[in-house]
Design a protein around this ligand. Structure first.
Ligand code: SAM
Length: 321
């Protein structure tokens, strides 16, 4: 169960989609005067070194966040195929506002990078807890859950350094179960991020059950689920099940999928089978703010242009309710 370490994946294309969406949500939801409770059921370590052993070994950030600072790589034809079709791709110095907000969060954590704009100075990558914390106002609360003993310890240490006191709590508990005890929240405003590693097949069913239970307890919360798009029936079914859940409960929903490459197996020069790694991922949001769709509509074509690795790169943005 505990072989997954997010440090290997920090700053990859899935994190760019997930964290850009998370920032757009946090930015909007923390504008209101009423307190917001943010619950992160699978928090990870909170901060990651982009020049650390884990991240360097996998090199996933090179094909993720670092590509935002390069010229678009994907053939224009692939961007045109992205669904739904949108305008031409802007160069990197005119990033869509949602992507610019993402870069600004990175700048806030990396003063040298903020000063020089040189991606070589981008050393620290924020996980979801640090992104959420950056947007909290004094009345809001952040509840973090992480089961892995090492990541829990890192998360606790990283959060302690912020000196934010009781506004942010960290618990080494099962996030799927813990969520129940916080819904409905005191001021009846909540955003929940559910971002498991899907290392265990049972995570897919647990996500659906957890979301169904959460909506029953508190129908108007904003529920955000990250999921991998991989050739596995449970992964394929997850957004469909979440959509059914939202529709049955009479709630609005949004589903954004970013594909960066083909999911097909290939062979190397020696005939060895090469697995493609994660080709695509999605963010499913129940009760999205009305601003989210437009924000992602502008950012997704740029993500395709900048992060896409072959002609299969593209995006979809569906919504309903
Ligand atoms: N949300 C983080 C971010 O965006 O930076 C990344 C989280 S990572 C994909 C998933 C994390 O969930 C891992 O650190 C893993 O140890 C932890 N985990 C796995 N099962 C869990 C559970 N049932 N409850 C809480 N945490 C769990």
């Amino acid at each position: 169960m505990f072989s997954y370490r997010h440090a290997f994946h920090a700053g990859n294309h899935a994190d760019v989609l997930k964290h850009t969406t998370l920032i757009a949500l946090m930015k909007y939801l923390t504008q209101k005067d009423t307190a917001l409770t943010v619950i992160d059921t699978h928090a990870g370590a909170g901060l990651y070194r982009l020049d650390g052993d884990y991240t360097e070994t996998s090199g996933e950030a090179k094909d993720g966040v670092f590509r935002l600072f390069l010229e678009p790589k994907v053939p224009a034809a692939a961007v045109k195929r992205a669904q739904p079709a949108t305008k031409t791709v802007a160069p990197t110095d005119t990033l869509a506002p949602a992507l610019q907000d993402y870069v600004d969060v990175l700048r806030a954590l990396n003063p040298q990078f903020a000063e020089t704009g040189n991606p070589a100075h981008l050393k620290i990558y924020p996980g979801s807890p640090f992104i959420e914390q950056q947007f909290l106002s004094g009345r809001d609360k952040l509840k973090l859950f992480e089961l892995h003993p090492t990541d829990y310890k890192s998360l606790t240490g990283n959060i302690e350094q912020l000196g934010v006191g009781r506004q942010v709590s960290v618990a080494r508990e099962d996030g799927f179960e813990a969520l129940k005890t916080f819904l409905p929240p005191p001021a009846r405003r909540a955003m929940v991020l559910c971002d498991p590693s899907y290392e265990m097949k049972s995570d897919y069913a647990r996500v659906t059950a957890c979301m169904a239970d959460a909506i029953k307890r508190f129908a108007t919360g904003t529920y955000v689920v990250w999921y991998p798009v991989i050739p596995r029936p449970e992964a394929h079914d997850l957004p469909r099940k979440l959509k059914t859940l939202a529709v049955k409960a009479g709630r609005s929903w949004l589903n954004a999928v970013l594909t960066v490459k083909s999911s097909k197996l290939t062979t190397d020069t020696e005939g060895e089978v090469v697995r493609p790694g994660l080709p695509a991922s999605g963010m499913f949001v129940i009760n999205p703010p009305h601003t989210l769709k437009a924000g992602l509509q502008a950012a997704l074509p740029q993500m395709v242009a900048l992060l896409g690795q072959d002609r299969n790169a593209g995006f979809t943005l569906d919504h309903g309710g």
